[in-house]
Design a protein around this ligand. Sequence first.
Ligand SMILES: Nc1ncnc2c1ncn2[C@@H]1O[C@H](COP(=O)(O)OP(=O)(O)OP(=O)(O)O)[C@@H](O)[C@H]1O
Ligand SMILES: [Mg+2]
Length: 651
Amino acid sequence: MRPAKKQFDRKKTLSRLLKYLYHTYPVRFVLIFIGIILTSIGSLAASVFMAQIIDNVIYAGIETGFDSVKGTLITLLVSLGSIYLIAILASLAYQQMLCTVTQGFLYQMRTDMFKKMEKLPISYFDRNAHGDIMSTYTNDVDAVRQLISQSLPGIIQTLFTVTILFGVMLYYSIWLAIAVLFAVFFIFSVTKRVGGGSAKYFIKQQKSVAECEAFIEEMMNGQKVVKVFCHEEKSKADFEVLNENLNHNAYKANAYANMLGPIIHNIGNVLYVIVAIIGVVLVVNGAPNFSLRGFGTADDVVFTMIPAGNMGVALTMGIAITFLGMSRQFANSFNQISMQINSVVMALAGADRIFELLDQKEEEDQGYVTLVNCNIDENGNIIETDKHTGHWAWKHPHGDGTLTYTELKGDIRFFDVNFGYYPDKIVLHDVSIYAKPGQKIAFVGATGAGKTTITNLINRFYDIQDGKIRYDGINIEKIKKSDLRRSIGIVLQDTNLFTGTVKDNIRYGKLDATDEEIYQAAKIANAYDFITRLPEGFDTMLTGNGSQLSQGQRQLISIARCAIADAPVMILDEATSSIDTRTEALVSKGMDGLMHGRTVFVIAHRLSTVQNSNAIMVLDHGRIIERGDHDVLIQEKGTYYQLYTGAFELE
Ligand SMILES: Nc1ncnc2c1ncn2[C@@H]1O[C@H](COP(=O)(O)OP(=O)(O)OP(=O)(O)O)[C@@H](O)[C@H]1O
Ligand SMILES: [Mg+2]
């Protein structure tokens, strides 16, 4: 889990979350609110009716005979029943709606997050560990689910209940209400102190869980390395530290949380006793009672029915008993809120991380030059068309309203390009490259020299600080990124295969490819033979980045995936590094056929692969130190010559 920012504004996060929720389901949001309120009214009805039944039915019945109060009793019971019925229906309805809203909201949130993620620049993934981003989708979304489906409705219901309860109390007796108010004050201060401690540790606990998970995952992936270096004991010890940390934080979090319940419960008990004492004093001694109903002593009304319309002024037995019930309900309500506090804190921390992801700056694209299908007539005029013609052109709108078309050829030029992943650490210095359509340009150089970095700039994974890159004469910053990338086929240095069949993986390069095209691409990549020997041939399922294949086989599939894309520019970054020399020669031959009319950038450690290139760039610490074809570089007897002869000796 990404650590929460040190300070985040919980109120702001909560209000943003509620707004988000409201915008997703405006009508249901309001209906749920009404449902919660009706449900809490139902939960209060019993207490309020209790006073009426004791005073107006039981005591009145004792005085005047039960026949005379039968009507009142029936009216009261029917009213109570009706309120309960409404409350049950409201509760059922709102719970159902809540289910729809919660799940729908989470669905929406995940969609928004994923949509956002697909628009983020590559540099975002450089800065954030993948496990952390992942945990936003799992842990953080789940924390928000708990908040929306349980904590928030519970808290709203409780807050509403206690407000009404307090109003009823004031209505019946100000003395008793004041006693309750004191208890509330106590409960608040205790909750704040203890709850704050537990919230702090709950957040720490979440972080420790994530660290443990990340460690376990890493150890599982690296199990072979652990065994090779006999580091089982060390990894056990490392895990022990993380596990102890988790244990400590979880213990603290729960110890604090478990303290809160009993404390509040006992404050509730004390409150119960205080209310009982005050009640007895007021009722038995006929002491003056102040209430919103008026002022009076118990003597006025004790054991008599309060006549309708009478400004009933005293505390009756019925009210005193009801008060006891209400004070219990009051304390229980606070108890419930206190139990939700941790999940609220955790959910808001999670929501904050989700919003942080949603607020990330997207990959900018000011490109307006697009790639279109075209026909080229005998005079060389380019005519745009909707049909797939196999010919492409850059459509370039100009400021004066005119349009020009430039045929897509694959001419790529770098002019004095400077670039660094971080502004203060320049990786490429004054790089100039001229690659004409149909040329094969090779980059060689030591590890970390900047070979992959150059290819990252061609398709604008990163933007350059200084200099210019032109594609068919157009500054690549003017080209719409998706169109630019569509016109470039890449075999990345790190092979990445997706879960799916071999066929699906090759088809990834061209979604509407026919089976025949897939077989053809596999043949070019020299992958056809081994694929047909797989248990289910092209339909063999690949999982876990193709872990059931050899490294070289994975590379061959990714070469086939690139070949099928049929792009005018191809970049092969160490595409054949794990492939044996014989297969490499075959792939190379296949690729040479494919390369006809294309611009190809190759990065290879084996110099035999790059020998037939039109130009070889020797890179050293981000600078091109030699350039020329194989023969020229050999004659120059520089770095390339040394590498070449050195490699020869090695072989
Ligand atoms: N995502 C990144 N963020 C920051 N620095 C990076 C990043 N990728 C590469 N670098 C740095 O840029 C420099 C050039 O790296 P690059 O990957 O281009 O090397 P390379 O020539 O492809 O090496 P190799 O032969 O090992 O693939 C290195 O110093 C590396 O540390
Ligand atoms: Mg590289």
